[in-house]
Ligand binder design. Structure first.
Ligand code: UTP
Length: 294
């Protein structure tokens, strides 16, 4: 069975970006001129998926508004003769079919995915996290879907990270199966660098079989009361094969301040309109003059 639906969990609290995220969803923070979540929706569409299920929570209405038709804005832009902007705004609402499911309490990523169960039904589906923005020739999700078509099992996107950073990620114990492809023998959440089974970290792109819902239901909350996807995946490993795929492309951890800044600089440098003048600005920047405040 092919993949036709993607779940985008966006109900987290975004505490790393407070106070910016007090009333504005983290997913709506702009990378140059588009909110983070739009990059992820564009990747989903470019991968050939036509139905997106966004998991939202309290204070996340701006996400729904962003992907909805903005009649007044379009009228105003038409009146002012700004037809190119009308096109830009209209394209967003015509992009793909959206469905919203509310996670009433932020009880973890696993729980957020479980909220999509009714809408997904009994079919394999994709999960994309807006924290990870990926620049690649072939969309990262499409790369995973290609692997899925051959192997018909859950696939986790992984990336090699420096050993001293493995404790920020879920890490796989791999058995090499082919070019960039591994069978997942085990998963360890946030391991100590000297205990990590590898340097292959799980990032925010997944293809999951529907059996994951049953495993999430059976997963106990962690010490913070959250139901973690990694724990459910460990349960799934007992009954199904899971693969990891080392995707091709550059990932930006836009859920952290430093990663967000790196993404902003690099996307701005690649921007057809801004790139050249931004590059000149950076080249002329007097770094000595700019010392940290405080
Ligand atoms: P994070 O671990 O990045 O948490 O969630 P967060 O709340 O978004 O951000 P910080 O760490 O407090 O700054 C990973 C993904 O899972 C979603 C988030 O929206 C994000 O896409 N998530 C997390 C939910 O949808 N619900 C939850 O209960 C937790």
């Amino acid at each position: 069975m092919g993949i036709s639906k993607a779940v985008l969990p966006a109900a987290g609290l975004g505490t790393r970006f407070l106070p910016a995220t007090k009333s504005c969803p983290k997913e709506m923070l702009p990378l140059v001129d588009k909110p983070l979540i739009q990059y992820v929706v564009e990747e989903t569409k470019a991968s050939g998926i036509r139905e997106v299920i966004i998991i939202t929570g309290r204070g996340k209405n701006a996400i729904e508004d962003h992907f909805d038709v903005s009649f007044e804005l379009e009228q105003l832009l038409v009146q002012r003769g700004k037809n190119d902007l009308v096109e830009t705004v209209r394209k967003i609402s015509n992009m793909i079919s959206f469905c919203y499911v509310r996670q009433r309490e932020a009880l973890g990523l696993g729980h957020a995915i479980l909220c999509a169960r009714q809408v997904v039904g009994h079919e394999p589906f994709a999960v994309l996290l807006g924290d990870d923005i990926i620049h690649s020739e072939v969309p990262c999700l499409r790369q995973l879907m290609n692997v899925y078509e051959r192997h018909q099992c859950s696939i986790l996107a992984v990336e090699r990270v420096p050993r001293n950073q493995v404790s920020n990620y879920g890490v796989v114990a791999p058995r090499k199966m082919g070019d960039r492809l591994y069978q997942v023998l085990d998963l360890v959440e946030k391991p100590d660098p000297d205990r990590a089974p590898s340097d292959l970290a799980i990032i925010g792109r997944y293809i999951l079989t529907p059996e994951i819902f049953r495993e999430i239901e059976d997963t106990q909350p962690d010490s913070k009361g959250e139901i973690q996807l990694t724990d459910a995946l460990r349960l799934l490993l007992k009954s199904q094969t899971v693969y990891a795929y080392e995707f091709e492309g550059t990932r930006y951890d836009a859920g952290s301040k430093l990663g967000f800044l790196k993404a902003t600089v690099e996307f701005a440098l690649r921007d057809p309109e801004l790139g050249e003048s931004f590059r000149s600005y950076l080249e002329e920047l007097d770094l000595e003059r700019l010392q940290p405040l405080g």
